[in-house]
Structure formats: C-alpha cells, structure tokens
Design a protein around this ligand. Structure first.
Ligand code: MG
Length: 248
C-alpha cells in the first residue's frame, strides 16, 4: 500500500531523515586507511542513539549492525567487522537509517579511502549524479518510470550498469514500503507520483555488468563479475512542484 504522508508525518520524516544524513556526515569524517568497518558502525550507532533515535538497520530481518558497509566489489548489505579494514585506494559504500517517533530515514553514500583510481572516482560521481538526474523527474503527477529511466540512461551513457536485483522503495512508518523504485525502466510507465509520498531513491551502479550474487553470510551482495560498485541514496518527499531531499 502506498501512503500519502500527512503534515505531521512529514515533520517526523524530516527529523528521522536529518539524523540519518548527519550520521553519514559524521561517519565520513572517520573514513581513512586503517579504520575498520566495525569502528564506523559504532560511530553511527552512538550518534543515532544520542539523538534519541534507533538505528533502523539493527536487527532488521536479523541484520546485526547499524550500518551496511560494502567496500569495492560489494554492492550493499556488507556486515561491519573488525576484520574489514579500509586501505588506501578502496571505495566504501555506507548505507544507514534512523528511526525517530516511529518514522524512518534511509540514505547511502560511497566514499573514497585516500587516493583512488580515476575509474573509481568516475563511478562514485556518476552514481551520485544519476540520483540527481532521476529526481529531476520526481514530481507530483510524473510517472515513476520517468525517474527510473533517467537514472538508467545517465548511468549507461557513462559506460556503467545499474543493478536490477535491488531497488529503492517507499519509506515511512516502515523502512521498506510500497512502491518499489527501480533504477531502470521506461519513461511514462508505472505509478503516478503524488505530493506527500516519501520514497528512497537509491541507484546501485557497477563498473561491469549488472549481475550480482549473495555471499555465504546471506547478506553481502557482490558484483558477479567482481567489478567495483557504488551506491547513492536519499529519502525524498514528493511535492507539488518538485521534490525535497530529506537526508542531505
Ligand atoms: Mg534504502
């Protein structure tokens, strides 16, 4: 079921989303060669709790941490670990959510670790920009396919591919609500967007082919061909004239 949020619900979404965005900014400050993804997880957990919120990912369907930390060819859902230590030249995708007063925010970024290759930097930039290309179309009365197609077109024009098996989603009282928000599709197709919808738009982009596999831990998603992958996500609110990004 797709929900249109009331004014008071939107206010709660704003609060939860701001905590999420601020937690990401704090984690970003600690990204450097030598840091473990478990340390980054602890930083996010402590910050979110200090805001009187709850990490949305912790215990979600059994997930054991507050952030997903997915370096290099890991696409999403990497489990933070003392054994995953970032090194110069890595890229690291961090995805997290916060819940406050019963409403969730959800956002992700991919960061460079020290000096990275030109290709890795291009991947990060294209992934981020594809989000912004997509949300240009995320307005009241537009079709969801307009958003999806714009993301896909921008990514593929730049020589990369969009992951098909994982998609964005509606968000609100639940972290994952209807509708699905794919990063591929056709203009003019799909659901009609309406003011008051809140959705998480989250392109996942691979340097190589779009296929992915799930590792033996039943969580970590990795590119099938071992190529690098990046992720960029924000929770957005559809408004009459445009959309508003809540998790920046
Ligand atoms: Mg999400």
């Amino acid at each position: 079921m797709i929900t249109i949020k009331s004014k008071s619900e939107i206010e709660k979404m704003r609060v939860a989303s701001k905590i999420t965005g601020d937690a990401l900014k704090l984690v970003e400050k600690h990204i450097r060669p030598g840091v473990s993804t478990a340390e980054l997880d602890k930083i996010a957990y402590d910050f979110i709790k200090k805001q009187g919120a709850t990490p949305s990912f912790l215990h979600y369907e059994g997930f054991p941490a507050s952030i997903c930390a997915s370096p290099n060819s890991w696409v999403v859902h990497g489990i933070p670990s003392n054994d995953v230590i970032l090194k110069e030249g890595d890229i690291i995708s961090i995805d997290m959510g916060a819940c406050k007063d019963g409403y969730h925010g959800d956002a992700a970024r991919t960061y460079p670790v020290g000096k990275i290759s030109d290709e890795a930097q291009k991947l990060i930039d294209v992934t981020k920009q594809s989000f912004f290309e997509g949300i240009k179309h995320a307005t009241h009365g537009a079709k969801l396919g307009d958003v999806s197609a714009a993301i896909q077109e921008y990514v593929e024009k730049n020589g990369f591919s969009v992951v098909r098996d994982l998609v964005g989603h509606g968000i609100g009282k639940n972290m994952h609500e209807d509708p699905n928000v794919p990063n591929y599709g056709h203009k003019g197709r799909g659901l009609k967007l309406a003011a008051g919808m809140t959705i998480a738009v989250e392109p996942m982009v691979n340097v190589g082919k779009y296929g992915v596999v799930v590792l033996d831990d039943d969580w970590t998603v990795e590119t099938e061909d071992g190529s690098l992958s990046a992720h960029y996500e924000n929770t957005i609110l559809i408004t009459k004239s445009a959309c508003e990004i809540l998790t920046l």
